[in-house]
Design a protein around this ligand. Structure first.
Ligand code: GLA
Ligand code: ZN
Length: 651
């Protein structure tokens, strides 16, 4: 297995050959083993149509290679050269207002454009020829931060019609499924099917239609990435291929996106500003990335300096310990490579103030020394590369629910992924590893499975959860479960539809209270709740908490039901961290699982292990020092410090 590597993102096209060698020397001295190059370098590789110049890139790859630094090469397809847009303006995305995007920034291309695909294929084939057999190319990254934004061009419109035809067959069926009688919206010809063009906000469109358009947009980008991966595989069948994803407004379905790629990778810019309210730890994002392929992942861009200075104001410079600590936090959650964005802050371009390891002055300073320290720390962890993370608790994630939720605001401040995050924070707070996995993933290895807000129906998920409880597992369901069918229409049944048997309760009425608060009383303690309150009618379940206020004071808010050999909790509202902590403790005690109550707030513990060894990671994700006793040993952690303890497993 490959060693765990620390790296940086590097832009040789920006710095010019004269600087490469001194950069390579400094990188080597820091302990850098890998760099990522070329994701925005198309105009330098193909300055005019059909004239390719790749010698400079080969030279760069070879030069860094000679210093022991491998390259993750990128397909440069995020930014087509301007000549390409000028000659073929139809490859530009069309926005919802019907206008083509104006080229001049980046990411303007329509993934579905056949002409664009032709040029993409050409540059990839050219790069493949030039880099075939190059020993310094370690992997490929496809494009850069692809998203599933809504392109409304004619090609996409036609492709969407084809997508619907394949799914539903006839216009009548589409009309039925979309419920198009509402507002007299039935299609009488295929040409009436359009992308969501116009100046009305998306929330005014039919949710069934919109969810399909979002799925179609995601499928388009997934297909585009596969198209590139297949081209690369012709020449590089043994190299890992990835694409760097991120949490953005129009996320592609991560599970689909990475299904045919070798490794999941992610751009990680954790905040070191600690909010007392809410959930700010990127442990959640990292665990979600590990869950995409249910295996370790890479970070292609990691916080390297002060961020912002472009679409948001410049932020603070990372405090001492932050760069190292946050990179180790990613490793603690399963990252096997961490590449920092970027080697040096740029002196030109829109993002010149998005800082790298070196500032524009090109003088190695505090951040460089911290990176060096990080590399040395990683070097010392022998065998860490062979370890993975084993968890007894899983949280299910559904992109259908994420999309449907985003397309229709449920109540102010109420957000799907945050329901997952709340439970994640509660269980990890007790020192447990937690997996976040696709809703259809196998559940055999878990003791507790949370399926927060299973909002859009998935029959396979429901079947698996039933089996899991029947065999003795514990399931947690939360508010807004069993609401929608697969088409994003409401189910005419009591909620949680498809789960009432196992919950032993049903939703009598609900109250979207948004930013207002109510309380629930559990074990004599009042906990504030907000956003959403479901008044539960208990059929067979036991009441765990009741509402403290409103016309439904005294009505059940949280229940537990025995089902098969297992049990099911239903949480009908949205609490603050202390509420989920109290609930998680109850659940862990009921399952007789091992956990610790000794971790102070914002101290995170994870374990990476293999058959022989365990690496215990203790991370202080806070700007205050921490001193506490864990299993009889006093532990002190500086702000953002990570301590790694190696333990031999006793068999
Ligand atoms: C993203 C992009 C990078 C860079 C950074 C900073 O992660 O992939 O190219 O723009 O953001 O904004
Ligand atoms: Zn398009």
């Amino acid at each position: 297995m490959e060693k765990i590597k620390i790296g940086v993102d590097y832009y040789p096209e920006r710095w010019g050959e004269a600087m490469w060698e001194s950069d390579a020397v400094r990188m080597k001295e820091a302990g850098i083993k890998v760099i990522r190059m070329a994701e925005f370098a198309w105009c330098k590789m193909e300055p005019e149509e059909g004239r390719f110049e790749l010698d400079w890139l080969v030279k760069a790859v070879n030069l860094f290679g000679s210093y022991g630094i491998q390259t993750i090469l990128c397909t440069p397809t995020n930014c087509a050269p301007l000549w390409l847009y000028e000659k073929y303006p139809e490859i530009l995305q069309v926005q919802r207002d019907g206008k083509r995007t104006y080229p001049g920034v980046r990411s303007h291309r329509c993934y579905n454009s056949p002409i664009y695909r032709l040029f993409v294929e050409r540059i990839i084939r050219k790069m493949s020829r030039v880099f075939a057999g190059n020993p310094y190319v370690a992997a490929w990254q496809i494009d850069n931060e692809v998203d599933a934004a809504f392109c409304c061009c004619d090609v996409c419109a036609e492709k969407f019609r084809g997508w619907l035809k394949e799914k539903y067959g006839t216009l009548d069926e589409i009309n039925r499924v979309f419920g198009n009688e509402v507002w007299s919206g039935s299609y009488s010809s295929w040409t009436q099917i359009q992308p969501p063009l116009g100046d009305r906000s998306l929330v005014q469109y039919n949710p069934a239609y919109l969810l399909d358009f979002q799925r179609f947009a995601s499928d388009g980008v997934v297909e585009y990435v596969r198209f590139q991966a297949n081209l690369l595989r012709e020449t590089f069948p043994d190299l890992p291929i990835t694409t760097n994803t991120w949490y953005c407004d129009y996320m592609p379905d991560f599970y689909d996106l990475f299904e045919e790629l070798d490794i999941c990778s992610y751009d990680n810019y954790p905040s070191f500003e600690i909010s007392e309210e809410g959930y700010s730890s990127h442990a959640f994002h990292l665990d979600m990335m590990r869950g995409v392929k249910r295996r370790n992942f890479w970070i292609m861009e990691q916080l390297g300096g002060a961020i912002g200075g472009c679409w948001m104001p410049m932020g603070k410079t990372p405090r001492p310990g932050v760069l190292k600590g946050m990179a180790l936090q990613a490793i603690a959650h399963g990252a096997d490579q961490v590449l920092h964005f970027r080697w040096r802050s740029s002196t030109t371009g829109a993002e010149m103030y998005w800082h790298g390891i070196l500032d524009q002055n090109n003088i190695p300073g505090r951040k460089y020394r911290e990176l060096q320290d990080l590399c040395r720390t990683i070097e010392k962890q022998k065998g860490l590369e062979e370890t993975t993370i084993l968890s007894k608790v899983a949280i299910l994630c559904s992109f259908d629910s994420e999309y449907a939720w985003k397309l229709q605001t449920q109540a102010e401040g109420f957000y799907y992924l945050e329901q997952l995050q709340a439970l994640h924070a509660a269980f990890t707070g007790y020192g447990l590893n937690v997996d976040i996995i696709h809703e259809e993933a196998p559940l055999d290895e878990y003791e507790i499975v949370a399926a927060p807000a299973v909002y859009v129906r998935n029959r396979k998920t429901a079947r698996q959860l039933h089996k899991f409880v029947e065999k003795g597992g514990m399931v947690i369901l939360t508010a807004r479960s069993g609401v929608k069918d697969e088409n994003n229409n409401c189910i005419m049944e009591a909620m949680p539809a498809g789960y009432r048997e196992m919950t032993g309760c049903q939703v009598e009425e609900y109250d979207g209270i948004g930013h207002e608060t109510n309380t629930v009383i559990m074990d004599g303690i009042a906990y504030p709740v907000t956003q959403w309150c479901e008044i539960l009618q208990v059929d067979r379940a036991e009441t765990i908490a009741v509402y403290g206020g409103e016309f439904y004071a005294g009505a059940p808010a949280v229940t537990r039901n025995r089902y098969g050999a297992g049990s099911v909790y239903y949480i009908g509202t949205v609490g603050k961290p202390s509420f989920y902590e109290a609930l998680a403790k109850k659940m862990l005690e009921e399952k007789k699982m091992r956990f610790t109550t000794e971790l102070p707030a914002r101290v995170e513990m994870t374990v990476r292990e293999n058959d022989e060894k365990q690496f215990v990671f203790l991370f202080n994700n806070d700007k205050k020092e921490k001193r506490f006793v864990l299993e009889g040993t006093t532990i002190e952690l500086q702000p953002f410090e990570m301590k790694i303890q190696e333990k031999i497993k006793i068999k």
